[in-house]
Design a protein around this ligand. Structure first.
Ligand code: FAD
Ligand code: FES
Length: 262
């Protein structure tokens, strides 16, 4: 649909963009994403849409939170309130959510831009009664701009930075181990670099915590037509190539065949 950019906020290298798209906002589930055409309406360059997670929604708007990775996100970052934007969504399968989470703790772990889908997720988990803990990892203090937003929304938020400039000094995976030793969460949800998620998946399996991970893949179409986004997933114990855009991007931890090294 053709949406209209409602607001654009810069947080260092990150951008928060709100877009008027009532139909997408109404249908959205946490963990789903949209494909954005970043070229001007008169141009076909770049041709392919870019995938972005749904960071938040209200009755009429959806919000994205992204960093500039290359040309497409750079063009997107230059959009202004009032600009028209072609947005396709919501797409994919989101996070598996129990209807009632009362008395349960959900731990949401985000690394860098991987924090994007976890705000919408945290809100839905809280609405289902969960006590939500946010573990937010970045390279430095400048890499965790959503910390205050999560704190203001009332979530217990723990930050780790690789350089120790804010919060726990070290990897967010080590922070997870430390937190889980003090209070084992009932559910784990994560999004971030593959190496981070692979380590978390191993921790969750060892601790017996049901866990879901949102995978990233380079996407051509976003709805199952191009086979550009395949990943190996275990089906009944056998690895199969599935489409991240259609079968995911969220998968259960034990099913994921991690492609990163040891
Ligand atoms: C389901 C999904 C949800 C996403 N949600 C967000 C989000 O909420 N916020 C956000 O900042 N980013 C998100 N991304 C990543 C985002 O789509 C890419 O950063 C973006 O498409 C890069 O486009 P570009 O034209 O700016 O860069 P390009 O010029 O296309 O690429 C720049 C560099 O980034 C690499 N790259 C491109 N796409 C990906 C990818 N999907 N995964 C890993 N590396 C990639 C390229 O190999 C290249 O090295 C998501 C990706 C997926 C698949
Ligand atoms: S992106 Fe085209 S099939 Fe997944």
């Amino acid at each position: 649909m053709i949406a209209r950019v409602a607001s654009v906020e810069r947080h260092g290298v990150y951008i928060r963009m709100s877009v008027e798209a009532p139909e997408i906002a109404r249908a959205a589930q946490p963990g789903q994403f949209a494909m954005l055409r970043v070229a001007d309406t008169s141009s076909t360059d770049p041709l392919l849409r870019r995938p972005l997670s749904l960071h938040d929604r209200n009755a009429s708007e959806v919000e994205f939170f992204f960093s500039v990775a290359g040309r497409g996100t750079d063009i997107l970052a230059g959009k202004k309130p009032g600009d028209r934007l072609d947005v396709l969504g919501p797409l994919g399968r989101g996070f598996a959510l129990d209807e009632n989470m009362t008395g349960r703790t959900a731990c949401c772990v985000g690394g860098g831009r991987g924090i994007a889908p976890l705000y919408f997720l945290a809100r839905e988990l809280k609405a289902r009664g969960a006590s939500v803990h946010i573990l937010y990892g970045g390279r430095s203090a400048a890499d965790v701009p959503l910390r205050e937003k999560f704190e203001a929304a009332g979530y217990q938020t723990f930050v780790s930075t690789d350089d120790g400039s804010f919060g726990f000094h070290g990897l967010v995976t080590d922070l997870f181990e430390k937190q889980a030793a003090a209070e084992r969460p009932d559910r784990l949800y994560a999004c971030g670099p593959d190496a981070m998620m692979k380590t978390l998946a191993a921790s969750a399996a060892r601790l017996g915590i049901p866990a879901w991970f949102s995978l990233e893949s380079v996407m051509g179409c976003g709805f199952g037509a191009c086979w550009g986004c395949v990943h190996r997933i275990l089906r009944d114990g056998t690895p199969e190539w599935v489409k991240v855009c259609e079968d995911g991007p969220v998968f259960a931890g034990p099913d994921i065949v991690w492609e990163t090294g040891p």
